[in-house]
Design a protein around this ligand. Structure first.
Ligand code: ZN
Length: 180
């Protein structure tokens, strides 16, 4: 139901007051979704790749995610910090991360993608990101979205024009063995 890959909902808490993004926005009631990591890859040291079961401490973070439903949705991620037991590994400790929330990320990938696409559809940066993220981050999400749109068709066009040119003066027959 929650659908963020790599984590599972532990319980949902209803809070009467939860701070909004930006100090000037008032707090409001919210559903606080407590999630725990389920992706087994999160226990692998990002430096040496060794799996760890040595829990050093538990922490919580509050990444921002897609709005869903009429009442605000806030996420509280309960994550584990592991000690890496590989003696030669320079990374002594590491904290769980998932693809949608790499280390240090405070906004889920799917929220970035949605706001980036909304700006691409013609919404102002300020409208698309209102209450979800700061304007510079919303603008950054749009840049990523736009770059993804720009690079894909370009690659196809290059392939289309390269083929006849490569088969050009020497003729298609001469090129055939090289391609096969
Ligand atoms: Zn390691």
């Amino acid at each position: 139901m929650f659908g963020l890959p790599g984590v599972a909902v532990r319980h949902v808490e209803h809070v009467s007051s939860y701070p909004r993004v930006g100090a000037h926005r008032p707090a409001s009631a919210a559903r606080l979704v407590h999630v725990v990591t389920t992706d087994p890859a999160a226990a692998f040291c990002p430096a040496c790749g060794l799996v760890s079961s040595s829990v050093r401490q538990r922490r919580t973070t509050s990444p921002r995610d897609l709005p869903y439903g009429e009442q605000r949705l806030a996420v509280r991620w309960h994550k584990v910090q592991y000690a890496c037991r590989e003696r030669r590994c320079p990374r002594k400790v590491f904290t769980e991360q998932i693809a949608e929330l790499p280390a240090g990320a405070r906004i889920t990938g799917r929220l970035r993608r949605q706001v980036g696409a909304a700006v691409g559809d013609g919404q102002a940066v300020s409208v698309a990101g209102a209450g979800l993220m700061s304007w510079p981050i919303a603008h950054g999400a749009f840049i990523v979205h736009a770059q993804a749109l720009l690079t894909e068709p370009t690659a196809v066009t290059v392939l289309g024009t390269m083929r006849p040119a490569a088969a050009g003066p020497a003729g298609p027959a001469a090129k055939r063995p090289a391609l096969g």
